[in-house]
Design a protein around this ligand. Structure first.
Ligand SMILES: *Cc1c(COP(=O)(O)O)cnc(C)c1O
Length: 471
C-alpha cells in the first residue's frame, strides 16, 4: 500500500515542470507569478490527497497539467462578467437588477475619475452634505417634504425602525410578515432593529379594528410592508392606507410603509395597476415610505426614505446612518436618473423602456432575431434546426407585480443534435460572452424584451462559439 502510494506520488509532475509549460507565461502576466505558483501548488496538493484516499486513482502528467491550466483560466477571468439577459425578467436581481441610462453611466464615470463636490459647497468653500444632491429631486418627484438616501431599501427599513421604534412596539398585519428573498425576513429585520413586533389579524384578513385593539402605550409605529413576490388571493382583506394613516394620526404613532419597488410613474398604461406610486402612498397619509432605487425606478442600488420632515431629521442624526452612507458613484448615477424623470424623459431609463415595450415592437424584434439565427444556423450542416417566434409571458421582476404578466415574444430554438433545452442553456452560459436564456419543455427560449440590438449580435456569436464554428 505504502509503496503503491509512493509510486503514484512520483508520477505527479513537479512544480517546475508545470511552470515551464508554454501557456504559463500568459497567466503570469494576468495574475502574477506568485499567484500562478499558489494555484498550481493547490492542484498538486489536491492530487496528493486523491492518491492517499485511493492509490489506484487514474491520472497522468497531462491530466494534472490540464487541471492546473483550467484552474488558472478560472482565476485569470473576472467572475463578475457581463451577460445577456434573455429571460424576459426585466428586474432580475441575480443579473444585477436595473441597467443605468446612458446619462447615468456618464455621470458615474465622471464622478469616478475626478474630484467632485460630493461633500463640498462651492458657494461657501466649506463642507456640504452628500444627501443634498438628490434630496430636492426626490421631493420634487414624489411630493415628499424630506428625503434621505442609504445603501439599499433593507438599510432604509432597518435605520427607520431603529431610530423610531427601538425598544417599543411596532404593529404589523400577519399577512405582511413576509420573506422578500436574499434573507430579508420582516420578523427578523424587526428583531434586529430592536422593535417589538406585534402581529395583528390573520394571514389572509386584517381589519382596522385589529390594529386599533393592538395599540398600547408602548406602541410607536404602524408598519405596512409590500408583500413583493408573494400574493394571497381569495378571501382576503387588508386595511386601506388612508384608514391606517387616520388611526396613526389619532393615536400619535408613526405610519411607515416599506413599499419595495418604489414607482415614480404610473404603469397602468401597460396593465400594471396593483401598486401605487410613491406619491400616491404619501398622499394617502403614510408618514414615511421606503423603497429601492434599482427596481422599477431604474437607477443604481440605493435605498430611499421619504416623508415627514420631522421624522427624516431624526433619521439624519441617527449614528447608524454613517455606516449606511451612499457611495459617490451611486449618488451620481441616481441623480442623473432622477433628472431624466424631471425632464419627462424617463423612457430613456432602460428598466422603464423595457417594461413599456409594446407587443408589436417585441414581435418585430423576435422575427428579426429568428431570421438572423435561421440564416446563420441554416448555412451549416445541422440535420435539424427548429426556430420559431412564439408568444411568451415576461415579468417585471424585483418583487413587483408578481401576478401581472407582460405579454411578450421569444425566439424558440430546438437543436436536438446538441441536446435538449437544458443542455443548450448550459452551453450558452459557458461561452466567452454568456447568454442567460429561458426554457420551456424542449425549447430554448430567447425572450426579446430584455435584449438590445447589440445583444442580438452577442447571441449569434454565442451560438457560433457553442457550436465550435469559430472560423
Ligand atoms: C426588494 C425589497 C426589499 C429589499 O430592498 P433592497 O433594495 O434589495 O435592499 C425590502 N422590502 C421590500 C418590500 C422589497 O420589495
Amino acid at each position: 500500500m505504502k509503496e503503491q502510494i509512493q509510486n503514484a506520488m512520483r508520477r505527479i509532475p513537479a512544480m517546475n515542470t508545470l511552470l515551464s509549460q508554454p501557456w504559463v507565461a500568459f497567466y503570469e502576466a494576468e495574475i502574477g507569478r506568485g499567484t500562478v505558483k499558489a494555484v498550481i501548488a493547490d492542484v498538486l496538493d489536491e492530487q496528493r490527497k486523491k492518491i492517499i484516499k485511493n492509490p489506484d486513482v487514474a491520472f497522468d502528467a497531462d491530466s494534472v497539467a490540464g487541471t492546473a491550466r483550467a484552474e488558472l483560466e478560472k482565476k485569470a477571468r473576472s467572475t463578475l462578467r457581463r451577460v445577456v439577459n434573455a429571460t424576459g425578467v426585466v428586474i432580475h436581481t441575480n443579473l444585477g437588477r436595473s441597467l443605468l441610462a446612458e446619462e447615468a453611466v456618464q455621470a458615474v464615470l465622471n464622478t469616478a475619475a475626478h474630484y467632485s463636490t460630493l461633500e463640498y459647497s462651492l458657494e461657501s468653500g466649506t463642507r456640504g452634505h452628500r444627501n443634498d444632491h438628490v434630496e430636492w429631486l426626490v421631493c420634487r418627484l414624489t411630493g415628499a417634504e424630506a428625503a434621505l438616501v442609504v445603501n439599499n431599501n433593507a438599510a432604509a427599513v432597518i435605520l427607520s425602525l431603529m431610530a423610531l421604534a427601538k425598544d417599543r412596539e411596532t404593529v404589523i398585519s400577519r399577512g405582511e410578515l413576509v420573506e422578500i428573498g436574499g434573507s430579508f425576513r420582516i420578523p427578523d429585520i424587526m428583531e434586529l432593529s430592536g422593535t417589538r413586533m406585534v402581529g395583528v389579524g390573520t394571514t389572509n384578513r386584517t381589519h382596522l379594528k385589529d390594529y386599533a385593539a393592538a395599540i398600547t402605550e408602548d406602541t410607536s409605529m404602524l408598519l405596512k410592508v409590500h408583500p413583493s413576490n408573494y400574493r394571497i388571493t381569495g378571501f382576503t382583506s387588508s386595511v386601506p392606507r388612508g384608514e391606517l394613516a387616520a388611526l396613526a394620526r389619532e393615536k400619535g404613532l408613526v405610519f411607515m410603509e416599506d413599499l419595495g419597488s418604489g414607482m415614480l410613474v404610473d404603469t397602468s398604461p401597460v396593465g400594471l395597476n396593483d401598486d401605487p406610486t410613491v406619491r400616491e402612498c404619501l398622499e394617502a397619509g403614510v408618514d414615511l415610505v421606503t423603497f429601492s432605487g434599482d427596481k422599477l425606478l431604474g437607477g443604481p442600488q440605493i435605498g430611499v426614505i421619504v416623508g415627514s420632515g420631522d421624522l427624516i431629521s431624526r433619521l439624519r442624526t441617527f449614528p447608524l446612518l454613517r455606516a449606511l452612507r451612499v457611495d459617490k458613484m451611486t449618488l451620481a448615477g441616481f441623480e442623473a436618473t432622477l433628472r431624466l424623470y424631471l425632464k419627462g424623459e424617463e423612457k430613456k431609463i432602460p428598466t422603464i423602456a423595457m417594461v413599456f415595450r409594446g407587443e408589436d415592437e417585441l414581435k418585430k424584434q423576435a422575427l428579426r432575431l429568428a431570421d438572423k439565427l435561421s440564416a446563420f444556423l441554416g448555412d451549416k450542416k445541422l440535420r435539424s434546426v427548429d426556430i420559431e417566434v412564439i408568444r411568451v409571458s415576461d415579468t417585471v421582476g424585483g418583487g413587483t407585480f408578481p401576478q401581472s404578466e407582460l405579454g411578450g415574444y421569444a425566439v424558440s430554438v430546438r437543436l436536438p443534435e446538441i441536446g435538449g433545452a437544458g443542455k443548450l442553456a448550459d452551453r450558452l452560459r459557458s461561452v466567452s460572452s454568456p447568454v442567460i436564456a429561458g426554457a420551456s419543455e424542449d425549447r430554448l427560449l430567447l425572450h426579446v424584451r430584455t435584449l438590445s440590438d447589440e445583444d442580438e449580435q452577442i447571441i449569434i456569436a454565442a451560438f457560433k462559439e457553442m457550436l465550435g464554428w469559430n472560423d
